[in-house]
Design a protein around this ligand. Structure first.
Ligand code: G6P
Length: 370
């Protein structure tokens, strides 16, 4: 078993470090470098006519894959301008969703065996929707039953807390979003080319972020004994906050909440008191000033704030206690980077609390019963 961990103490840490490679493998053979285009035509058989006729997309998944779906909503709505709804699979088929033959239902599942996700897939097909699966396991039930499959190439994920599968799902979503945008003509060629350029830089940027491991370890050791911790962000940063909070809960058993920062004043602010740790994500340019105001609201209640911002941002440091600067990329792509420090935080917090990092209590890697 030690050999399989490649010298890492836990599978989770190994898998966190495997992310740059997982990004590269998931991108491989899907970009036409000469023409600056995404090419998924060998994998996805939806015709251009079918793609053009779609009038909405439903994304359905569980757990971490659901959080990737939340990022997917921003990405697809922005690039493709098609309305996207995101549901947890265990709710989806019990809410009588409005599905037609113009609906594309995307299911996201690392294992491809999650019972709720599989049931949602079947429900969607029964109602005439085409189902596109993003999954990490070729030959899994989800891969077999879906009409279309886009594989992530994260490699086997062993730790219960998902890391490289999540970020590989994001990469697959970026590729899919660009591919749909190309076919529907919703983005200029130069915009697509810019995205591809930025996406190609993500693996090296992710590699660089791993250097924050000692900083996150220090922070985790200092705050692992706290009972509550808050993650705040807006827009895509909120979606990433949810994943950061889930990671922390799953393996450190520290209670945490992710909150859309603009909503704090409607309740959660009452829980922010002297010294409460808050992780504040501020990577989204269009909402940056508003986010900084929200950070000031928690600082005014004496929270201890770790800010996650973009390299080159001189402002953030003035409003927070500590800063992690992530390499600059396009706003829609930041989740593939900003989540990495949060994964490291959860890992080191679990370690500091003496938990079984790879096999947390009460949880399973793949939930094959409803
Ligand atoms: C379980 C795992 C989670 C995972 C979820 C969905 O709860 O512990 O890490 O995100 O299932 O799994 P899937 O294989 O469908 O992505």
């Amino acid at each position: 078993e030690t050999a399989e961990k490649d010298g890492f103490d836990h599978y989770m840490l190994k898998e966190i470090y495997e992310q740059p490679r997982a990004y590269r493998e998931t991108l491989q053979n899907r970009i036409d470098h000469e023409n600056n285009k995404v090419d998924l035509s060998k994998e996805i058989s939806l015709t251009p006519e079918e793609i053009r006729s779609l009038d909405k997309i439903h994304i359905v998944a569980c757990g971490t894959a659901y959080h990737a779906g939340l990022v997917g909503k921003y990405v697809i709505e922005n690039l493709v301008r098609v309305p996207v709804e995101v549901d947890v699979a265990s709710e989806y088929r019990y809410r009588n969703p409005i599905i037609t033959d113009k609906t594309l239902v995307m299911v996201i599942s690392q294992s491809g065996e999650t019972a709720d996700t599989l049931a949602a897939l079947r429900e969607a097909q029964k109602r005439d929707a085409k189902v596109l699966a993003i999954t990490n396991v070729n030959g899994s039930s989800v891969a077999r039953d879906a009409d279309e499959v886009l594989l992530t190439h994260a490699g086997p994920e062993i730790a219960v807390a998902s890391t490289k599968a999540y970020t590989s799902q994001l990469i697959a979503i970026y590729l899919l979003g660009l591919y749909l945008a190309q076919i529907r003509g919703t983005q200029e060629d130069t915009v697509i080319a810019n995205y591809l350029q930025a996406i190609k830089e993500l693996p090296a940027q992710a590699d660089k972020l791993l250097e924050f491991a000692p900083t996150m370890k220090q922070f985790a050791e200092r705050y692992a004994h706290y009972e509550d911790l808050f993650f705040i962000g807006r827009s895509l940063d909120y979606a990433v906050s949810l994943e950061g909070s889930l990671k922390l809960k799953e393996i450190s058993y520290v209670h945490s909440e992710a909150y859309p920062a603009g909503e704090l004043k409607h309740g959660t602010l009452a829980l922010i008191t002297d010294g409460v740790p808050v992780i504040a994500l501020a990577t989204q340019e269009d909402i940056y000033d508003k986010m900084v105001s929200n950070i000031k609201e928690v600082k005014a209640r004496d929270a201890y704030v770790l800010g996650i911002g973009l390299e080159g941002d001189q402002e953030l440091a003035k409003s927070v206690d500590e800063v992690i600067a992530i390499p600059k990329t396009l706003p829609l792509l930041t989740p593939a980077l900003s989540v990495i420090p949060l994964q490291l935080l959860a890992y080191y917090a679990a370690l500091a609390r003496g938990n079984d990092v790879d096999k947390p209590r009460n949880l399973a890697k793949s939930v094959t019963v409803e």
